[in-house]
Ligand binder design. Structure first.
Ligand code: NAD
Length: 464
């Protein structure tokens, strides 16, 4: 905080366990309320000056940050490999490259802050919202951090951030990067610690103007409730159980491959994963067979082995959650097509699970309603497209969705009827320009694209 490493006021230590080896790999302070207060005070003190720094200067610093991130790629990769078990050879592509691009993307958006809109005798100005508290989960830790930090910096906000206890290291590296490129002291402040201990301090702090939270719907509700008495802005990026409709005239092989790969990515720990695959009855068994073959192509194992395509889950506790859901699915009568509760072949320790596919899943089953957050796909049969759309929307969530149809035009027709913040059609991928966020219990607000800037901006109307 305030541009310096300071000792925590707490003596708590959080030990991070490498999920592949089950050995400790890092220790960080478990901060407390005093640490949060000091970090907020530091951010508050830095705010005026940073908010009034020219957007050109802010953009130059952000581009220097991107250069330094590029330079520190190996360290950032290492942080992901040891704390969350991502296969090393896949980590830069999956976790590092997009955040570097994003830092440059938002550096470019800093200029928007100086745009003045005139509507008759009304002048509309954009101003930074103030001190922002950022709380992130462990599944894409750098991506999520930069998704908040970059637009906040571009807007002229100052920051206090808390990483997940499982994946704190990239935040520490970023603190070094910010210092190395000369970000003014106090603009970026980091407090590590347990969410249930310091999360409420951050959410309820009267000197925090906005809180952006990514994580479970359960904790997101707590954040909003704690934030309410101080009427701060709350941005919530929460869970999902996203549907994926394949139509009967789609290229089935391509459609199923895309869906299975999407769910297995990052060992299934992706909030917008298309975990409910809806397939027409006439092509269902064919799709199930294709899906099995694709899931079985995965090589699960040591993140340092170049042939491995899937590492462990990020923690032993996440593994227990996923295994519990697989057992629930079996008990509910879903058919295991591949995978299950045994360790993947050849592995004897670590938070590994097998890529698992369930067929004959119905909409009422727990495995089709609750977020599993592991490499588990549910395949559901439908009779007509109206029924498929109804099942797709039959969820408390609305983060993402997918459609694979005969062509783009037919896919868009279906996409328009799904209640979710995003729809990936014809096998498309994450796009920095696309606003990302949920309908219903998947959240409030948007990250990425130009929309992310809105979260960190106040609008001032000057009326002549
Ligand atoms: P989590 O909710 O347990 O934790 C997320 C963060 O919140 C952590 O930093 C944690 O320490 C903190 N936290 C916990 N309790 C808190 C409280 N009372 N107040 C404030 N902070 C608190 O989630 P997780 O297990 O780390 O991550 C997985 C979840 O995140 C999944 O549900 C996934 O869908 C969701 N997620 C959503 C998005 C999105 O953009 N919508 C992206 C990634 C992950």
């Amino acid at each position: 905080m305030n541009g310096e490493w300071v000792k925590s006021n707490s003596r708590e230590i959080i030990e991070v366990i490498n999920p592949a080896t089950e050995n400790p790999c890092a220790c960080v302070p478990g901060g407390n309320r005093e640490d949060v207060n000091a970090a907020v005070a530091s951010a508050r003190q830095a705010f005026n000056s940073w908010a009034h720094t020219s957007s050109e200067k802010r953009a130059a610093i952000m581009n220097a940050v991107a250069d330094e991130m590029q330079h520190r790629t190996d360290d950032l990769v290492d942080a992901h490999v040891i704390t969350m078990g991502c296969p090393r050879h896949l980590t830069a592509g999956l976790h590092i490259d997009a955040p570097i691009k994003a830092m440059r993307f938002y550096a470019d958006r800093a200029r928007q802050m100086e745009e003045v809109e005139e509507k008759g005798s009304v002048l509309l100005l954009k101003e930074p919202i103030g001190v922002c508290a950022l709380i992130n989960p462990w599944n894409y830790p750098l991506h999520q951090l930069i998704g908040k930090v970059a637009p906040a910096l571009a807007a002229g906000c100052t920051i206090i951030t808390k990483p997940s206890g499982q994946t704190p290291l990239q935040d520490f590296i970023m603190a070094e990067i910010f210092a190395a490129v000369g970000l003014p002291p106090g603009v970026f402040n980091l407090v590590s610690g347990s969410g249930s201990v310091i999360g409420p301090n951050m959410s309820s702090h009267p000197d925090v103007d906005m809180i952006s939270f990514t994580g479970s719907t359960y904790a997101g509700i707590k954040v909003a409730a704690a934030a309410a008495p101080t009427v701060k802005r709350v941005c919530q990026e929460l869970g999902g159980k996203s549907p994926y409709i394949i139509t009967k005239d789609a290229d089935l092989k391509a459609a199923v491959r895309y869906g299975v790969e999407d769910v297995m990515l990052n060992t299934g720990q992706t909030c917008n994963a298309l975990t409910r695959m809806l397939v027409p009855r006439s092509r269902y068994e064919e799709a199930v067979n294709i899906a099995r073959k694709i899931a079985e192509e995965n090589i699960v194992g040591d993140p340092n082995d170049k042939s491995v395509t899937m590492g462990p889950l990020a923690s032993a506790s996440q593994k227990q959650i996923v295994l519990k859901y697989i057992k629930t699915g079996i008990a509910e009568g879903a058919r295991i097509v591949t995978g299950g509760i045994d360790m993947p072949p050849g592995l004897h320790f670590g938070a590994y699970v097998q890529p698992t596919i369930f067929a004959d899943v119905s909409s009422e089953m727990v495995i089709s309603r609750e977020e599993i957050f592991g490499p588990v796909l549910c395949m559901i049969v439908y009779d007509d497209i109206e029924a498929a759309i109804e099942m797709a929307n039959d969820t408390v969530y609305g983060l993402s969705s997918g459609v694979y149809a005969k062509d783009k035009t037919s896919a868009i027709k279906i996409a328009r009827q799904i209640r979710a913040g995003q729809c990936y059609i014809q096998g498309s991928y994450f796009n920095l320009e696309a606003p990302f966020g949920g309908y219903k219990q998947s959240g409030n607000g948007r990250e990425w694209g130009d929309h992310a800037m809105h979260e960190y901006i106040e609008t001032k109307a000057i009326i002549a």
